[in-house]
Design a binder for this molecule. Sequence first.
Ligand code: ATP
Length: 339
Amino acid sequence: MTSTAQNPALTAGALSIGYEQGADKRCLAEDLSVSLMPGEFVCLLGPNGVGKSTLIRTLAGMQSPLAGQIQIAGKNFGSIPPRERARLVSVVLTEAAPIGLMDAYAMVSLGRHPYSGWFGSLDAHDRGRIEWAFEAVGAKHLAQRQVAELSDGERQKITIARALAQETQVMLLDEPTAFLDLPRRVELMRILRNLAHREKLALLLSTHDLDLALRFADRLWVLSGEGELIQGYPEAIAMSGDFARVFESNNLDWDPQTGSFRTHPTPCLHAKIEGEGVAALWTRRALERLGFGICEDASDAAFSIHIKGSAWQVTRGDQQAEFDSIDAVIDWVLNQKWA
Ligand SMILES: Nc1ncnc2c1ncn2[C@@H]1O[C@H](COP(=O)(O)OP(=O)(O)OP(=O)(O)O)[C@@H](O)[C@H]1O
């Protein structure tokens, strides 16, 4: 939980992001005004190619803004020498860094270089911080393993531990969950959110995982294809219709009832479903997958399904049938002749 009474860890005003080569200028978003508070876990969402990585790299000082100013801990970021910057902001990018032959401990130790220098030796504080970073991501058991031999999920934890070892106030992560399976993604989101809250880290993470962002983020930034950055609490953005506007396509509808997207292959036949709970939800999902729309009115429906306890009663015209599993209902739908 964050308090709004604190000073922001990072702010940017009148910020334009994009690319400029000679006279060639490509602005992805302009006049952005953002802030990250200490202890806040913010997820950055947006369709492919809108500029999420560009925004993260710009906020990290890895590329120049086209316009505007970034302030970290009250200082103008551009005027801070590189070594001091590295003590203020850590970054985890998607591109795998060349790692060569290195064990995980050596890799996490790299996070201490802004303090010890490239050839500096680690003191007790450095080693304490490295051990803390391993513990924070639940990776102590990996310390002696070769990084090249780790799984994607294990390596991701080590990369995050290296950023944590850097002991910064701001941490920016570009799609850190991209190659992880669902349990690992949930685990990582939980670890990062808890770290933000516990360590008072201002943490910004870009992701395509809308569902997890809705469940874990304190706030969302949603970057649209038009360069608009929508900011707010996850639930407020979900209810506002902004998701629908930013992500909807010809094949996808945002459904505020379920907080998820659903495909819509423009159904020409409809079905009515009566009933509640898990069986009704998955019956609906099955019918939508099979190309049916769901309607409220029986007179618009090609057939109706009444779910009662563990029974599905299906009515099509004067034909009636009762099934005791969703498999049987799906088989029935598939075996019917639909005009
Ligand atoms: N170095 C570069 N020079 C010029 N254009 C670039 C450069 N890097 C990225 N772009 C372009 O900027 C746009 C935004 O790219 P960016 O990687 O920031 O988007 P993104 O939202 O992170 O996308 P994704 O979700 O696919 O990762 C894209 O059109 C991309 O081709």
